[in-house]
Ligand binder design. Sequence first.
Ligand code: URP
Ligand code: ZN
Ligand code: ZN
Length: 460
Amino acid sequence: MSILIKNGNIITATDNYVADIFIEGETIQAIGKNLSIKADTVIDATGKLIFPGGIDPHVHLDMPFMGTFSSDSYETGTRAALYGGTTMVIDFILQKQGNSLQDALKEWKSRSDNNCVGDYSFHMAVTDFNEDTKKEIKHFIEEEGITSFKTFMAYKGALMIDDRQMIGLMEEVKIHGGLINVHATNGDMIDYLIAKHKDEGKLSPLYHYLSQPEITEAEASERFVDMTSYTGCPGYIVHLTCEGALNAVRNATKRNQKIFVETCIQYLILDASLYENNFEGSKWVMSPPLREKKDQATLWAGINQGLVQVVATDHCPFMWEQKLLGKDDFSKIPNGHPAIENRMELLFSEGVVKNKITLNKFVEVTSTNAAKIFGMFPKKGTIAVGSDADMVLFDPNEHHTLSASTHHMNVDYSGYEGWEIKGKIDTVLLRGKVAIDNNKCLVEKGYGKFVKRNKVDQII
Ligand code: URP
Ligand code: ZN
Ligand code: ZN
């Protein structure tokens, strides 16, 4: 099967030009002006922007968490991602403390194998680093193509590791060419504040926010970058939200340290005032919580300064009924919010249209940088001859409104109900197939492939 896309405005992390794209099989075969190649299908992209397919490197699908499971399966989650222009996601496997990494991989594969509509990969969350776990690291990097290892500095008792384990893991991961991801918040401090608020009878979602002040994230981020400085292991801070934490990274870059930073769309455009609305605020109970307007300004600036390389979602949806598990106690509200389908359009509308970022920066932070950091470039993350034909045809002139009644995520509310979006995803291609067209999904579950990743690529 071949496809010729005519006259689209191709945007990559560095370029902006009008040309034709010829696709045969799963990859891009030619790009040029007025290509005269016969194709099975011709798509007229006049007036459309063409972006590389989005990569969301932080999602939680069908994940056991806080006594329940996130509500999107691999099928519904990757399909919703495609509707939103994201052709590939990286999900998290969670090691069970006391069990091996291989056991965890097996469990996650039992839910994901043959169920994905879009492409996917995994990070491996190491929650119990010991002599046995240490022996598994090389195999994951070299054989499984899972080259990034997630660590939690919070969620004590289930996911958190201590600094001793962190240093040991960093040393091993560095030897084999991998990367450490971190949820950088001070778990002990947060647990203290949660207990304090509960003792005082302060039980509403607002106290979720007040139990995780900025300092808990700034302190842990500083500690993490110091540990990566000491071990020389590349580090990637997930869902960074605030000025204090970004300043820790700024300091690290002063000593020439390579440290990567991800923020999420919600931290750029929503703020903590949403917690003032009683239990309604539980829709945005996530960790870290939403912050202040001044933090949004810091994050937008951080993107433009090159300190923040990735805008992800931390998509971790829960149905309203699941959120109600915490109606009398904020600490029991499952943490997470849905955004996998909304990330690209929200960032375009709130970022590009409002002149906060350029089109090239948009592509960098939604696709190219994640492909580079996580060892998939240039197969993924760009529009170039030889790359996978993953792309989004985007109409910058259409407007629409976000709503739970029209989204495709398996969750019965939207964190962005009624938001007016400028620009709209029109057509999405995944490995040479039209996956989304005219608001219809044309690929089935099982089409999504597991992408084996290479060792860490630091060419950013
Ligand atoms: O609230 C969140 N972020 N839920 C998912 C788990 C995590 O910490 O990323
Ligand atoms: Zn986290
Ligand atoms: Zn997460």
